[in-house]
Ligand binder design. Sequence first.
Ligand SMILES: [Zn+2]
Length: 679
Amino acid sequence: MILEKATLPVPQFDQITLEELKQKIESCIAEGQKFLNELTETPESAQEQLAILEHVDTLENNMSEAWGILSHLNAVKNNAETRDVYQALLPGLSEYYTQLGQHTALYQTYQHIHDAPIFNELPAAQQSAIKLALRDFKLSGVALEGEAKKRFAEISARLSQLSSDFSNHVLDATQAYFRPLNEDELAGLSANNIELLKQYGKQHELDQPVATLDFPSYLAIMTHAENRPLREELYKAYVTRASDQSGQTEFDNTALIEEILSLRLEMAKLLGFNNYAKLSLASKMAPSVEAVDEFLRDLAEHARVPAEKEVSELKAIAAEDGISDLQPWDSSYYSEKLKMQQFNLSQEALKPYFPAPKILQGLFSIVNRLYGIQVIERDAPVWHPDAHYFELEDQGQVIGGFYLDLYARQGKRGGAWMSGFRSRMQTSDGLQKPICYMVGNFTPPVGSRPALLSHDEVITLFHEFGHGLHHMLTEVDNIAVAGTHGVAWDAVELPSQFMEFWAWDQESLDVLSEHIDTQESLPAELLKALLDARFFQSGMQTLRQLEFALFDLSIHRANPALNAAQVQDTLNEIREKYAVLPTTDYNRFQNSFSHIFAGGYAAGYYSYKWAEVLASDAFDRFEEEGIFNTETGKQFRQKILAVGGKDTALDAFINFRGREPKIDALLRHQGWTNGSKNA
Ligand SMILES: [Zn+2]
């Protein structure tokens, strides 16, 4: 298929060299520093003051594009060269942002405008941007002086280094492990999975199947391999990654965890908070640490009874196999068997109905129905043959672009994410359109056939696409509050989790599914089984998420900071209260918990559950009004997706829903309360 060329100015990924990127970032830093050094006092006139703010936005726009490209390559095409360039630039970048965040004259310029009569005449988005900037100046230590100011800068630089090291250790530890498999160890695996493992074998130059810790490989073994010692071996390798319990102690993150926690607390104290969780919450929607803690524990009580029932069912089916001591490496395996028994549903049977190209086509037609937008693939240079570029059109006008890079491979960090590297913004050259990346670690295509996705992967794709729409459907022109910028972190997962509901809808699934060979859509009995199994183990899954969230909150509430043994004790205590399955002594889950040690979720992992309340409640309105109701879709687009950080998360929600959020819909969507509105 010949594609038309991209209409937006896209980066030349086929030509960009690391050296050029490095120079570009260095010149952004130098230009920014020059500007800050020359700004010694707030200018007199409001016009001059506003010009300064505009210049700050331009600097940020240039930096976020250059840095966005480098950090993207560092995440999806990681090698010694990208890593070196990235590492070399980190200290300078951190220093620049610290200088920016603590710049007194710049801060006063924002404050002047905020306090002047002209403020009320500014567009709403700009008013919000100014208010958020003032808050962020305070949280960056603008009020600090002398030694304290210097120390704050040192901590910021060190933390950015530690977070990068943490993430590299996880990637290296994941990639270092591989385990060749004999014929008799393949029992239970589907032909498709065996082909996948053979493909991994080829990557390791072996003519036999190989198990790796890449998620598709790990999941295939844990879910299907009959060989129990093999599952145990792989489980152990996975949960000891980057820890003292693994064979490769050079990737051990234990000391990093201690240092990160200690520096975060020190930073919080410099700003006048008595723990890091309070600092984290200062910019979030949730009112207080206590409120979050109560929210999580309350939700855990709702999940407990269903979870206990689910575990007893799991134990019962394992017992039929003669297993009386259900272990962590048994749970996925017997869950799959249980699902088969209860619903006659297996992930493997579904996969042929979910070829990736068809899923994408279906997803695009769903967002077209909901928001009236069209997605068109266009020709643009990419960093890897797996990556593709698309543009979003609204009534014939291109309004944004995105890249999809879906499959797991060597050199790519785990997980799935959306990252906006260019924001909507009014520039001197006109309106700049937003562009983002959406990245997954899905099961890659095997041989020449398109990738066959599991339903979980379909859900993940919808999730990331929800984030992408938030970035691209923004109608705000101010970079500080466009798209996901300026949106409280604990509300950012609203559009993403909201979008997941369409991966669970009967009508959507008809559009999404098409058998790879027969082209038939999902047969009625499989569709029914999938929908019936929707709440399968939702209690256990919720408790697991809550365990992570409570652990994150607890270790960031501690003062004094915890050492590694205390971190482990905290995790053990939470597990004792909330886990329904046993864990092993060697489990070092925390050592690869990149969300909180290398991502933006520190004392913020609860955000997933917090925003799920919002997403569920927002979807509840669609259930009332019709899930493809174009008017409701338009409202959601206008009141939630378009506004970015212009409105507070609560205001935006109320504008859409007509009232404050309620938890009822979430409980119903877990299958814990009756009254399904739209079966
Ligand atoms: Zn997300």
